[in-house]
Design a protein around this ligand. Structure first.
Ligand code: CO
Length: 141
């Protein structure tokens, strides 16, 4: 596998609304996308564009949200994961598994509408890592 483009940095927050105000007023972000629910992942999502990448704000959606535990430990929110693109999600899954890294679940549709999976932080130098198939031109988000 060849390391692909950094697609986004995932930042957990207890309030997307407050985080939007922060990125707009303190960080000077000029392009902040419309927030949307991603029920399959148990999160509400909002993308903040930077000139070369995006910040993915994630807020818990529902009681059993996978980021509820993270926010219990980090009540003000914090950096949650990093997402890299790959050309072929299934080839990437086979690659990581071949390296002994724990892939968390099967590839599923992520916030950009393409297939993603996560790799366990213990096998990734402490960084929860999202692997995402590169969106095709013209895809949404
Ligand atoms: Co993400």
């Amino acid at each position: 596998m060849k390391l692909g483009r950094l697609n986004h940095v995932g930042v957990a927050t207890p309030s997307i609304e407050k985080s939007i105000a922060f990125y707009r007023d303190v960080m000077g972000a000029e392009v902040i996308r419309e927030p949307f629910d991603l029920p399959a992942q148990g999160v509400k999502v909002c993308f903040v564009d930077t000139p070369n990448s995006q910040i993915e704000l994630i807020e818990p959606l529902g009681e059993s949200s996978p980021i509820a535990g993270f926010l219990a430990k980090n009540p003000d929110g914090g950096q949650h994961h990093i997402c890299y693109e790959v050309p072929d999600i299934h080839a990437a899954k086979t690659w990581f598994e071949g390296k002994g890294a724990r892939v968390l679940g099967e590839p599923r549709i992520g916030a950009h509408g393409t297939l993603i999976f996560f790799v366990h932080p213990r096998d990734m130098g402490g960084v929860l890592t999202e692997i995402m198939e590169t969106p095709r031109p013209g895809a949404s988000h």
